[in-house]
Design a binder for this molecule. Structure first.
Ligand code: G6P
Length: 539
C-alpha cells in the first residue's frame, strides 16, 4: 500500500497514542508581513517548511518557530500562538520572539556562519565566534522553555529540526526525561576530520545524543556522524543496530530521505496554469522560447555562479542556440545579513549582466535573474512550462526542487539536470547527473535539456515520477513516526496497515557503485583539502 496523507494520519493516531506532537524548527511555515499597510502571509522559500507543513496538516499538533515576520505579533495571542494554515487552520504555530542580538549570534552566527559551511563541502570557511556560540546556547534554552510549556501536563513527542537546535534535545531530556525526542538533520554531516575542528564539537554532539532517534538523509551522513561520535566521545556504538549508547541513553541513527507531497503540484497549478504561464512569459519578455529554470535560495551551496558559467559555455560551444532559449533563475533572497550571501547576490547579478552583454541582442537576453521571493503558484508554473530544470548544488543534503520539478510534470516531459552531490541524485538516477564543478559537463547537461528526444524524456520522467510518488513526504514522516513511536508510552494498540514492514531496515551498506565511489572519493578529497586549508589558516 502506498503512503498517503490518510495513512500518515492513521499512523500518527496509533503511534502517538495520547502524546502531543511538538515540532521545533527555526523557520516558521507561514510568515505574516505588512504590505501597503495590510497584513499578508507568505510561505517562505526552503525545503524544510515545504516538507514539514503537509506532515503537520496530517498529524496536527504544535510547530514552535522563530516569529520572523514584521506582522507576526499582530496576529498571535498573548503566548505567541496562531492557527495555521492562515486560510484554513488545522494546527498551531507557536512563535518564539528573538531579539536582534539573539538572531545575530544564533541564526546568522552559529547556525549559518559556523554550522552551515562546516557541514557542506563548499570551501567556505566556518566562523567560530565564542559570542555567537554563547547566544546559540541561550536561544536553544529559550526554545526549550517554549517546548516545555507546550508539553506541560502530558506525554509528548518532540520532533526537532535541523542544525539550529543541536543542544535542544539534551536540554529537554534533562528537564523532562519522559519526553520522547527525535531530530532530523536536514543538511549533510561531514567526515570527522572536518567536523572536529569546531571548538564546541563535543557539546554539539552531546546535545544531539539527547535524542531517542536522530535522522539524516543518507546512510553516508549517518556513517559520518557515527564516525565523528566515535572519535570525539566516550560511548558505545552498536553498528549492527545503528545506535549510540551513552550515559544510560540510547540514540538510534538512521537515514530517512526527505521528500515532497506530489499532490500539491496539481493544487498549485490549478486549471489556469497555462494562462498564468502566458502572463509570466509576457512579463519577462520570454516569447515562446524553451526555458531552462533554476529555483533556489541565493546560497553559495547551490552552485548558481557555476550554472551561469555553464550557460556561457553552452553559448560558446553552440552559437546556433543564440536567441533560441532563456535561462530563468528564480533566486529568493536569503540570509542577506551575512556578507558571503550579499557578495554572492552581487556576483550572480554581475555574471548575468556579463553573459547578457556578451551574447544578448536587443530583443533577446539569455539570462533572466528574478531576485525576489516567489510563491509556489508561480514556481510550479515555471516547472510545468520549462524544457529543463537545473539543480547544480555543490553539496546538498537532499534538494527538494529536483523532486518538486518532477511532480509538476504530469505531461512526462522535461529534463532534470541534477548535481551528483545532492541526496536527490541517489534517488533519481534518471536525471542527467552532472558534476557542478565541471563547466564542460554542465554545459553538455544544459544542451541535453534542450535537445533530448521526447521518448527519452518520457522514459526518464516516468521513472522519476514513480520514485517520488512512492517515496513521498508521508512515507518519510510515517517511517520516522513508526520508528520513534516505539518509545512513546502506551500507544493505543490499533494496528498499522501491514502491507509494508512498519519500519524499513536501514539500507545495507552495499558495495558502492562506480558513481558512488567517484562521489565518495570526491568528498574524501574535499574533506582532506578543507582540513588542510583550515589547518594552514590556523583554525
Ligand atoms: C535549508 C535548511 C533549513 C532552512 C532552509 C531555508 O533547507 O536546512 O533549516 O529552513 O534552508 O533557510 P532559512 O535560513 O531561510 O530558514
Amino acid at each position: 500500500m502506498g503512503w498517503s496523507k490518510e495513512r500518515l494520519e492513521e499512523v500518527a493516531r496509533t503511534r502517538l497514542g495520547g502524546a502531543k506532537l511538538i515540532v521545533v524548527a527555526n523557520r516558521e511555515p507561514y510568515i505574516h508581513r505588512y504590505k501597503n499597510g495590510e497584513v499578508e502571509w507568505i510561505r517562505p522559500a526552503g525545503g524544510l517548511t515545504t516538507a514539514l507543513d503537509p506532515v503537520m496538516q496530517a498529524c496536527g499538533g504544535v510547530w514552535v518557530a522563530h516569529g520572523s515576520g514584521d506582522a507576526d505579533r499582530a496576529v498571535t495571542d498573548a503566548s505567541g500562538r496562531v492557527g495555521v494554515p492562515p486560510d484554513d487552520p488545522n494546527y498551531v504555530l507557536r512563535r518564539v520572539w528573538l531579539s536582534k542580538d539573539d538572531e545575530e549570534g544564533y541564526y546568522y552566527g552559529t547556525a549559518n556562519s559556523m554550522l552551515w559551511p562546516l557541514c557542506h563541502q563548499v570551501f567556505a570557511r566556518p566562523v567560530f565566534d565564542p559570542k555567537h556560540w554563547e547566544t546559540y546556547r541561550r536561544v536553544n534554552e529559550t526554545f526549550a522553555q517554549a517546548v516545555l510549556e507546550e508539553a506541560e501536563g502530558g506525554p509528548a513527542l518532540v520532533f526537532v529540526q535541523d542544525y539550529h537546535f543541536a543542544l535542544l534535545p539534551r536540554l529537554l531530556k534533562a528537564a523532562r526525561p519522559d519526553l520522547v525526542t527525535a531530530q532530523f538533520w536536514h543538511i549533510p554531516w561531514p567526515g570527522p576530520e572536518k567536523f572536529l575542528v569546531c571548538p564546541w564539537a563535543k557539546e554539539l554532539l552531546d546535545g544531539m545524543l539527547g535524542n531517542d532517534l536522530l535522522g539524516f538523509h543518507t546512510q553516508h551522513d549517518c556513517n559520518n556522524f557515527l564516525d565523528t561520535v566515535d572519535r570525539a566521545l566516550e560511548c558505545r556504538i552498536d553498528r549492527e543496530r545503528f545506535a549510540v549508547q551513552r550515559a544510560g541513553q540510547s540514540t538510534t541513527v538512521r537515514p530517512f530521505p526527505i521528500s515532497v507531497d506530489p499532490a500539491l503540484a496539481q493544487e498549485y497549478l490549478g486549471n489556469d496554469w497555462e494562462d498564468r504561464a502566458t502572463a509570466l512569459r509576457k512579463k519577462h519578455r520570454l516569447g515562446d522560447r524553451p526555458l531552462i529554470v533554476g529555483v533556489d535560495r541565493v546560497d553559495y551551496t547551490k552552485g548558481i555562479p557555476e550554472r551561469l558559467q555553464a550557460v556561457d559555455r553552452l553559448l560558446h560551444k553552440h552559437p546556433e542556440l543564440k536567441g533560441q532559449f532563456h535561462f530563468v533563475q528564480v533566486g529568493a533572497p536569503s540570509r542577506t545579513h551575512i556578507p558571503a550571501y550579499r557578495d554572492l547576490t552581487e556576483e550572480v547579478n554581475a555574471l548575468a549582466e556579463k553573459i547578457n552583454w556578451e551574447h544578448g541582442t536587443e530583443d533577446w537576453q539569455p539570462v533572466v535573474f528574478l531576485n525576489e521571493h516567489h510563491g509556489p503558484e508561480d514556481i510550479f508554473v515555471l516547472y510545468r512550462t520549462a524544457a529543463g530544470c537545473i539543480v547544480s548544488s555543490l553539496h546538498d543534503g537532499m534538494n527538494l526542487v529536483a523532486k518538486e520539478f518532477v511532480t509538476a510534470r504530469d505531461d512526462e516531459r522535461g529534463v532534470l539536470v541534477l548535481s551528483q552531490f545532492t541526496g536527490a541524485a541517489r534517488e533519481l538516477p534518471d536525471a542527467v547527473l552532472v558534476n557542478p564543478f565541471d563547466v564542460e559537463e554542465m554545459a553538455d547537461g544544459l544542451h541535453a535539456s534542450l535537445t533530448m528526444s521526447g521518448s527519452e524524456q518520457e522514459r526518464r520522467m516516468r521513472r522519476m515520477r514513480g520514485q517520488v510518488d512512492d517515496h513521498n513526504i508521508y512515507r518519510w514522516a510515517g517511517m520516522l513516526l513508526s520508528e520513534v513511536g516505539k518509545r512513546v508510552p502506551d500507544p493505543v494498540s490499533v494496528s498499522v496497515p501491514a502491507a509494508e514492514p512498519e519500519v524499513e531496515e536501514p539500507e545495507p551498506i552495499a558495495a558502492p557503485t562506480a558513481q558512488e565511489r567517484r562521489q565518495e572519493h570526491h568528498i574524501a578529497r574535499e574533506t582532506y583539502l578543507t582540513a588542510m586549508y583550515l589547518a594552514s589558516a590556523g583554525v
